[in-house]
Ligand binder design. Sequence first.
Ligand code: C2E
Length: 283
Amino acid sequence: KAKELGRNGFQFYSNTLNNYLEEKSAFESRLKNAIKNGELELYYQPQLEAAKQHLVGVEALVRWNDPKTGLVLAHDFIDVAEKTDFILAIDDWVLNNACQQAVKWQKAGLSHLKVTINISKRQLDDDSIITNIANALHTSGLNAECLELDINENTLSQPSDKTLALLKELKDLGIKLAIDEFGVGFSSLNHLRKVDIDSLKLNQNLLENITTDVCEAAITKAIIDIAKTLELTIIAGGIERQEQLTWLQQHGGHLFQGYLFSKPLPVREIEDYFIKTTKNFAR
Ligand code: C2E
């Protein structure tokens, strides 16, 4: 095909590649200025308890208001940021903002509200994480047990002794640890014994066809059994349909999160959600 296109074909591919590389580098340099320009924003998604479906916490998910392309989801820029040290600045910004916001909401009536933030692999390799978290708790006044860190399962696939020691130090601060996207690789099963984890977050893909796919259901049941034996809280993310919720309620899920209840929302809109769904919140 390329031969048929001849020189013009080469020119086409070369231009496309150049455009792609130029766009990628422009995207990265705009992203590097995002914090300085005040373009990052936290969205929050509620987490509900199983039986009465009352609010227990929120997960903070970062968004970038890119002046060129508009709102960018974490899914579309965190990977790029993770390839540079810039992820550390984003994570620190998220940590401080989420802690401060949670304290404001606790003072406005949601007294035990928990806030969950995502921790990148880079952040877990960075020695300053303990100091950063201790400082964020101190500055905001947030009680350590109201902060939960979501650690991606593959971060724990081959944890070094240093990472394990660091996780222990994090636990000693009093914060909660959750393994996110659990069920993707089972890689962390063995490490669950070594790390004092509080919760397992079941992966959205694993729960997609839980009511119809026998295999998915069997795997999920097995994971729930392990989590129960280890006395871990089971958090099910990405719940979109009532039948998924019913299945998980019947099989022992504890906390739920997903579009069925609410999409991640900016501060003003999640406050509207609090007003609608809880009695004790006043803006
Ligand atoms: P995650 O922690 O697994 O977050 C869940 C993702 O699924 C979020 O995408 C959320 O918007 C989306 N989601 C939530 N409920 C549903 C649902 O019911 N259905 C569907 N289809 N999707 C749902 P988002 O915000 O783009 O985040 C993607 C990933 O980026 C996150 O996965 C997390 O690993 C990472 N991330 C997000 N915020 C941060 C952050 O502040 N720092 C770091 N380091 N990573 C972050």
